[in-house]
Design a protein around this ligand. Structure first.
Ligand SMILES: Nc1ncnc2c1ncn2[C@@H]1O[C@H](COP(=O)(O)OP(=O)(O)O)[C@@H](O)[C@H]1O
Ligand SMILES: [Mg+2]
Length: 445
């Protein structure tokens, strides 16, 4: 039997399963699997239709996009001359058995000897059109093969607000902020990537992203600290859950100072215990993790040219860099959001950016911002960030595990933020030193 018709068997089995679902749904639900969240339409109709379309168009698409080879080479002898051209008989590479995923499929293609994956990278648009799918992504994890990851429909269309999607992941310092185009949850794991940089034009969704992050962290035993130098407009709804909030540069400076002192204390604790980071401490010795959220970072670097302002900017910049360098081991995590984050902002920005290894780029106005955020990691992600439209607020490109993905954050309204902050206010760890640092900032004004 042709392996490609295996799906027929799958289809029959799936239909039987669907018709008898009342019998086994409760059984699965008891094991934590929600049957209604399974995309049946895709598995039963979309997937087989796409496989047929792939099979029917494969030869032609390969021929038109130079994915086929001719076994006899492209040269021939014509009347005593060697001429170069396209051979009549061409053989397309071998299309493997497509494996369905929740929102698309994955197929492996065997290359001919002498072929490289590069023509496949160029042919992704042609393949997506030929197969009537949303997108095709090429990778080559294994020599001699390319793997095509096909996404059937834009999984990020429509805001992600469903309660089930927001279910808290169980682990500390892992936040579910939205969903990925691959269908899974968009998880920010601070234990894997300590610090994050979020860029995007105005109204592209940066602050909402921070809100989604705070929603996810609010229920965890984590101290949340904010710096929002646009007068606290974005972060003030979170006040009940924040251990401290700085709303201008003066406050920010003393807050950063207090955080640096806190890190020094933690360093001493680790040194005395003879461990290299707070995670090696015993549970009762371990200090609570801190997440410092900075919105509109550029405000921190803007100065009116006065000496005092310049000193403040330099102090903030040096402190931020120090917190980033020591934070990963001592349980302080930085999340920095801004429209741009380039060297033109001021001294130390490039060094700080290098420390913020998690990157998220919303819609950007200029290629340099996208390059700054994503370019050093994935050149093609830069194009993808520039293709996000104004209508796709909350959509962003992020790098995960060395590759890039499109993702969309959960929509969080101000009212929701206020409600969730109040609901979890009792989880707020008290840091008197941080509070008095921002209060001193207010008095000094
Ligand atoms: N994930 C999202 N889903 C749907 N709409 C969003 C999302 N993120 C942002 N928006 C919309 O975009 C608007 C601007 O977002 P905001 O986070 O304030 O942008 P920024 O901070 O980048 O200026 C929000 O008021 C909201 O209407
Ligand atoms: Mg904003």
């Amino acid at each position: 039997m042709d392996a490609h018709y295996l799906w027929l068997v799958v289809l029959v089995l799936a239909a039987v399963a669907y018709l008898t679902r009342r019998r086994w749904e409760p059984w699965l639900a008891g094991r934590g699997i929600d049957v209604r969240s399974i995309p049946w339409r895709w598995y039963l109709l979309g997937y087989p239709a796409t496989v047929i379309r792939m099979r029917l168009t494969w030869r032609q698409t390969c021929l038109l996009n130079d994915l086929s080879i001719s076994p006899r080479g492209n040269r021939g002898v014509l009347g005593g001359l060697v001429v170069q051209g396209s051979a009549l008989r061409q053989i397309p590479p071998r299309l493997g058995l497509p494996r369905p995923t929740r929102g698309g499929l994955v197929v492996r293609i065997g290359l001919h000897a002498g072929q490289t994956p590069s023509p496949f990278y160029r042919a992704v648009d042609a393949l997506a059109h030929a197969w009537a799918v949303y997108g095709v992504r090429v990778s080559s994890p294994e020599r001699g093969y390319v793997v095509l990851t096909v996404t059937a429909r834009d999984p990020l269309a429509g805001a992600a607000t469903e309660e089930t999607e927001r279910a808290q992941p169980p682990r500390l310092l892992v936040a579910r902020v939205g969903r990925l185009e691959s269908g899974g949850g968009w998880l920010i794991d601070f234990r894997m990537v300590a610090h994050w940089l979020v860029v995007g034009a105005t109204r592209s969704g940066k602050s909402t992203w921070l809100g989604a992050l705070l929603v996810a962290l609010a229920g965890q035993p984590v101290a949340l600290v904010g710096i929002d130098c646009k007068g606290g407009l974005e972060l003030s709804p979170w006040l009940p859950r924040l251990s401290a909030l700085a709303i201008n540069r003066k406050q920010a400076r003393s807050l950063l100072d207090a955080l640096a002192t806190e890190l020094d204390k933690r360093m001493a604790v680790c040194r005395i215990a003879g461990v290299r980071n707070i995670w090696e401490l015993s549970d009762d010795e371990r200090p609570v993790p801190l997440v410092l959220v900075v919105d509109e970072i550029a405000e921190l670097y803007l100065s009116d040219g006065s000496r005092e302002a310049r000193d403040e900017v330099t102090a903030c910049s040096v402190l931020l860099l120090r917190l980033a360098q020591l934070g990963a081991a001592l349980g302080l995590h930085l999340v920095v959001a801004g429209q741009r984050f380039g060297a033109e902002l001021g001294p130390g920005v490039t060094a700080l950016r290098a420390q913020l290894s998690g990157r998220i780029a919303h819609r950007v106005n200029d290629p340099t911002t996208a390059e700054m955020a994503l370019g050093d990691m994935a050149p093609d992600a830069v194009d993808a960030a520039q293709m996000i439209t104004e209508h796709e607020q909350g959509v962003a490109i992020t790098t995960i595990g060395g590759r890039w993905l499109r993702a969309r954050s959960h929509m969080v309204t101000t009212d929701e933020a206020r409600a969730i902050a109040a609901q979890h206010a009792d989880l707020r760890p008290d840091f008197p030193a941080l509070v008095s640092a921002t209060a001193e900032g207010i008095e000094a004004e």
